[in-house]
Design a protein around this ligand. Structure first.
Ligand code: IPM
Ligand code: MG
Length: 358
């Protein structure tokens, strides 16, 4: 059911995060005045006092909210991101890469593209599980690689985890998204991306489960190994619709896909779990321009569009999305990263004006 007056928690994080989150809140507050924003303490400001960048009281506020908008992490907010992903079990990271008017692809062909990356968000190499090979060997002296060799005596390892449950639930999300896109007139096809020629057991299981889920959902699918998939993403980006992939491949492929549509700086994402959802831009914290008032707020605003859709404000989300397109195409009120000279405030003021004019 749609809540008419949802509560949204704003977590700016660090770098340009707080600026772009506040800019987005201004736009959303204008669009839906009944929204309540909460700004719980987090990050560097509470680290010394509470010994945590995301103290229990902040976690409580977050758990009570209807949605969370997050800025970015740089030095102090790693724990905030980890709480949002693993504390809230937001296992599905949806990253759309769409061409938009006024954004230019570095590829020669300037095709209209609309790709959705469904990235498994809580398994694989994340959150890091690393250690010393010496300690590993001491605990598991019989461990051998596929060639029957023992581990080298010196060095480090990192552990990559794949579970049946994790593979299944992310495949179901890809299936649902593909069916949703089919209804909107898009192909509704899923490309499963793994590296199971090497990671035979773990990625082999991910691929098998994905195939089973998509087959039973009546969704057409294909499969590529990740190296091949990246090559195809550049040579034939128009052949992709939904990409379903484990965590680290999704991290890399979403940057590639966004770069191809000319929109790494305006790429949004939604991290969805069974009980919680948070929204953040794909780009980083850009500390070099933090506090200068020139950060591009569009990726966070478009993450706000995904958040409004998630909260059931479909018309408002569409209106905001259309206004961003008009801003990019007609008004060209752009921050320096997009070749303009405008400030963050000028961008959102232009956007708010556009939303007033039908
Ligand atoms: C992303 C980022 C993060 C990730 C970093 C900041 C840990 O690159 O959301 O894509 O690797 O997931
Ligand atoms: Mg990334």
């Amino acid at each position: 059911m749609i809540k008419k007056s949802p509560t949204i928690v704003l977590l700016g994080g660090e770098g340009i995060g707080p600026e772009v989150v506040e800019a987005t809140a201004r736009v959303i507050g204008h669009l839906i005045p009944s929204v309540t924003f909460e700004r719980p303490l987090h990050g560097e400001e509470v680290l010394t006092k509470f010994g945590s960048a995301i103290p229990p009281i902040t976690q409580q506020t977050i758990r009570k909210a209807d949605a969370i908008l997050f800025g970015s992490t740089w030095k102090f907010c790693g724990d905030v991101l980890r709480f949002l992903r693993w504390g809230l079990d937001t296992f599905a990271n949806l990253r759309p890469a769409k061409t938009r008017p006024g954004l230019y692809s570095p590829l020669k062909k300037n095709l209209p593209l609309d790709i959705l990356i469904v990235r498994e968000n809580v398994e694989g190499e994340y959150p890091s599980r690393e250690g010393n090979l010496r300690d590993f060997d001491a605990r598991w002296p019989d461990f051998k690689d596929i060639m029957g060799r023992h581990l080298p005596p010196e060095g480090l390892f990192s552990l990559r985890v794949t579970t049946e449950k994790g593979s299944h639930r992310i495949s179901e999300i890809a299936c649902k998204e593909a069916l949703r896109r089919r209804k909107q007139g898009r192909p509704g096809k899923v490309t499963i991306v793994t590296k199971d020629n090497v990671l035979k057991k773990s990625d082999g299981m991910f691929r098998k489960i994905a195939q089973e889920v998509l087959q039973s959902g009546g969704v057409p699918y294909e499969h590529y190994y990740v190296d091949d998939a990246c090559r195809r993403l550049i040579s034939q980006p128009e052949s992709f619709d939904v990409i379903l992939t484990p965590n680290l491949f999704g991290d890399i492929m979403s940057d590639i896909a966004l770069e191809i549509v000319g929109g790494l700086g305006v790429g949004p994402s939604a991290c969805i779990g069974e009980h919680y959802a948070y929204f953040e831009s794909v780009h980083g914290s850009a500390p070099d321009i933090a506090g200068k008032g020139i950060a591009n707020p569009l990726a966070t605003i478009l993450s706000g569009v995904m958040m409004l859709e998630h909260l059931g404000f479909v018309e408002e989300a569409q209106k905001l999305d259309d206004s961003v397109n008009r801003l990019l195409q007609e008004q060209r009120v752009l921050t320096p990263d997009l070749g303009g000279h405008s400030t963050t405030t000028e961008v959102i003021e232009a956007l708010i004006k556009l939303m007033r004019v039908p």
